[in-house]
Design a binder for this molecule. Structure first.
Ligand SMILES: [Zn+2]
Length: 61
């Protein structure tokens, strides 16, 4: 296994981690209900995917 030759400095480590967090998922409008959803995922508000209803949405009481 290849190993790193030198340990990186704290500065270098922290610089790497500085632009790592806080990425919002891409959201698109659902073609059925126009609610925002992630692409290639079943819409969680109307339960449809690619024009078909694939999930039964049950309201919590
Ligand atoms: Zn929808």
């Amino acid at each position: 296994m290849a190993n790193p030759t030198h340990r990186h400095t704290r500065t270098r480590r922290d610089k790497r981690r500085a632009n790592w967090k806080g990425q919002m998922p891409t959201l698109t409008a659902c073609p059925e209900c126009k609610e925002l959803k992630e692409p290639h995922r079943v819409c969680l508000s109307c339960g449809s995917y690619s024009g078909r209803k694939v999930l039964e949405i049950v309201e919590k009481e």
